[in-house]
Ligand binder design. Sequence first.
Ligand SMILES: *Cc1c(COP(=O)(O)O)cnc(C)c1O
Length: 431
Amino acid sequence: MTEPDPASPDNRHPTRAASPTAPATPGGAPPDGGWRYEPSRALALWDEREVEAAVEVLRSRSLFRYYGPRAPRHVDAFEAAFAERTGCPYAVGVSSGTAALTAALVGLGIPEGAEVVIPAVTFVGSVSAVVAARGVPVFADIDDSLTLDPAALESAVTERTWGVLPVHLNNAAADMDPLLRVAERHGLRVVEDAAQAAGVNYRGRPAGSLGDAGAFSFQQDKNLTAGEGGAVTLRDAAAHQRVVRFQDQGGQFSTSRGPGRGGPEPEGEAEVAPFLGCNLRMTELAGAILTVQLDRLDGMNRRLREVARRVRASVSDLPLEWRQLPDEEGSGGDLTALLGSRLQARRFTAALHAEGVPAHTLYQGRTVTSNPAVRDGRTAWGVRWERPPRMRTSEGIIGRSVTVGLGAAMTEADVEGLTSAVRKAAEESLR
Ligand SMILES: *Cc1c(COP(=O)(O)O)cnc(C)c1O
């Protein structure tokens, strides 16, 4: 078996940014001149406001979040705004989505060796974070929603299970209510991997506010981006305090801003003494850029949801099966079809590429358990688990998936072009 290429766009995020000079996607090259539109999200809407925000930080010479020549404030401001948008009492900006997941697990007090159930279809960072937090990943199947199957979670639970990490894949929430019921029944902690879901809602509740903690990524391909970055959302004051400490060397420092640099400490909480942590801090540059983008987030998701809906409606007479979204109305716009077979998925992808439309099979049709390091349990600290079983159900679903890349800056002409391209490609490949 060939090694998945870690640099492959399919191993990063479903909506890759393409340029006319971008390398070919697995399964087909963009036609001469690139795609019809740029299939990126936050990046496509990037304008002078990001540039001005960044320049202002550079001129202030205050790039560190806790002190500087001028009192820094951008990460603080971003945290406050992001907490509000996600309906959580607390948000902590960090350096990446993987850092956010790790900090969330640590903040919630994951014991060493505890098992965390992860869907078989996700980015490898979900697994890395559990390993970094000294946990042990256990894998469970997805269903046609492309997210964790509540029944599969139920059967994965053992007496060693401490938590579950549902993944909101492709800008749409996992079906959280049944998952939360299973978690509650077994006393599991819930950390939402919302790396691909900033601004997404589930039945009126924001992603990141449904479990005990949420983790977001602001890497280049995500809904908000500063190139790198992440955020943890939390409901519990003590967990928040531990996350603040963990991302800042364990909270060893006091400054003019008071003890622990994390603001006021939760009252009556025992476990807030400084400890040995990590440096996962967000820079002021990232905080400033992300604050600008937060204003565009809901509009962008609304528009992409509308585009996805229009495309689906325009081909509703064709026997094309789309991913079942647990909450379409809350989604950030996903256009993923489930074809009849792997072969059909390949044909549909190639036909879309021929029309200049970006499209790919999610994670190249591979579960995260087929990653050789995940399969063999190979961590930086040696082999930590036995080979998980082959996840045939998830493999079957993911291999038939075709995600059509949407772009936040699509014009009406782009949408029309996309609609007819999808129709043409479907007619050809479903024949
Ligand atoms: C992007 C992503 C991550 C990791 O985020 P980074 O910022 O790249 O560390 C984790 N989980 C999922 C599902 C992702 O898509």
